[in-house]
Design a protein around this ligand. Structure first.
Ligand code: MN
Ligand code: MN
Length: 462
């Protein structure tokens, strides 16, 4: 301690732009270019998995084979039902010393198409949706949407669907009510003004030419889908089609300091966790594990979610290769639950408690706890764990700050942290601050995206 002033926790000089070196700033810009391109190509968890596997294979990763012998430096991965992905780099130390895990989710809120979705009404063909995750419904009307996903046929064949990505493709939208006729709706509370059953995609307005046919508007759409994809109306039953925003990840702000894109929660951390593992693979002492998981937005349930035994099976297969008990590996492991934090927004200042709020351009946000109503459903990392991460990040020169979700009792939310911690793995939350989280267009700071990546590198190497 040099002066009495050092007794104070100095948050007056926390803006990362006052602390980052010019070299790091250009590295951040290059990193963000890669991130934007990856995100634009990866709007669903299935697309994220497929693009991540390509990137991993280019970097020497191969599928893990159960029962094989693993040696330091081996790079392996395993795909779970096309929706989540685990990657590992075997460290110089044995798995009895634990693993360093970065766990992020790669699903994002969106509009899923219903199992029997197509209706004809007043000479329009319409696709019914059922929203996925916590959306504000009014965000999803009158914006351009694409249709991404798969149709799984009874034959066992899977048809990949992508409509809107190519600039020659048509787009879809849900037309909003005109203000001229919205007097009644405008007086309703926000949560009631838009109902889930109103989120219907306009997909056609042209009749099938044969006037003898019934439901000609619906038939026209089915005819086009059959021509392009070979599917019938009944095939929607075993399809997973999602309406996702149609725009690319781009620079935002006149100073280009921000990235605006769909699905940054939590692909911003997913990409950082992946990229960091690829970039540290040559130098890991401890085995590094990158978990890119599905279903966080609906409670981490299901076979591809964080509660699934898939994670345990994968790490157990790694442990078997070295004859190490899984429980020994877990009790010595460290997990960064990498998920976005709610960045302070001056337009909505009243919901934040500024002294403990996450801030754009203050680097990666570290959250001791999340949850709601008195930390309910939160991991609440121990002070020892917070101290360990503080030391790790400071030693690595990572710009970071602490991040609480908002004012006490104003709301809340969770991450995958508790499901990792329940496995007897030391776990703490950290991630990129986001403005307009869960909106179809989310904003992050470029400096923070880069520092999230630097944070993951520190965890793998720590
Ligand atoms: Mn999230
Ligand atoms: Mn979320």
């Amino acid at each position: 301690m040099s002066t009495k002033h050092d007794l104070l926790f100095d948050t007056a000089h926390c803006n990362g732009y006052d602390r980052i070196s010019p070299d790091e700033l250009s590295a951040a810009e290059a990193y963000c270019d890669g991130y934007k391109a990856f995100l634009t190509a990866s709007k669903t968890e299935r697309e994220f998995v497929s693009n991540a596997v390509s990137l991993a294979e280019e970097n020497g990763f191969r599928p893990l084979i159960r029962g094989e012998t693993l040696t330091p430096g081996d790079r392996v991965y395993r795909i779970n039902r096309n929706k989540s992905l685990l990657l590992a780099v075997i460290g110089k130390e044995g798995l009895d010393k634990g693993v360093a895990i970065c766990a992020a989710h790669i699903d994002s809120p969106r509009l899923d198409i219903k199992p029997n979705p197509l209706v004809e009404d007043s000479e329009f063909a319409i696709l019914k949706t059922h929203y996925y995750g916590g959306i504000r419904k009014y965000h999803w009307v009158s914006i351009p949407l694409e249709l991404h996903g798969v149709v799984c046929l009874k034959t066992g064949e899977t048809v990949q669907v992508s409509i809107g990505k190519d600039t020659s493709d048509p787009l879809l939208t849900i037309p909003d009510l005109l203000p001229h006729l919205a007097d009644k709706q405008a007086k309703e509370p926000l949560y009631a003004a838009f109902s889930g059953e109103d989120l219907n995609l306009m997909v056609g307005s042209k009749p099938y030419p044969d006037q003898e046919e019934k439901e000609r508007f619906k038939l026209m759409v089915l005819d086009l889908l059959h021509e392009k994809y070979g599917i019938t109306e009944a095939d929607f039953i075993s399809a997973e089609l999602c309406a996702v925003p149609a725009y690319d990840a781009r620079d935002y702000g006149l100073d280009r300091s921000l990235i605006g894109a769909y699905g940054q929660d939590d692909k911003v951390c997913g990409y950082a966790a992946l990229r960091a593992l690829l970039d540290t693979a040559d130098s890991l002492n401890r085995t590094g594990v990158c978990m890119l998981v599905d279903k966080e937005e609906i409670g981490s349930e299901g076979v591809s979610g964080m509660k699934s035994l898939f994670f345990d099976t994968f790490v157990s297969d790694l442990c078997d290769a070295q004859g190490v008990p899984l429980k020994t590996c877990y009790e010595n492991a460290f997990c960064l639950s990498a998920d976005v934090t709610a960045a302070f927004d001056p337009n909505f200042a009243s919901v934040y408690e500024l002294q403990n709020a996450s801030r754009v351009n203050w680097g990666v946000g570290v959250a001791k706890y999340t949850g709601s109503r008195g930390k309910g459903e939160s991991n609440d990392a121990g002070a020892e764990t917070v101290a360990k991460l503080r030391r790790l990040l400071d030693d690595a020169g990572v710009i970071w700050h602490l991040a609480e979700l908002g004012k006490v009792d104003v709301g809340g939310g969770g991450t995958v942290a508790m499901y990792m911690a329940n496995r007897n793995i030391e776990t703490i939350d950290a991630g990129t601050p986001v403005l307009a989280m869960h909106a179809p267009l989310e904003l992050t700071g470029k400096l923070d995206c880069y520092m999230t990546y630097r944070c993951m590198k520190a965890v793998y190497c720590g």
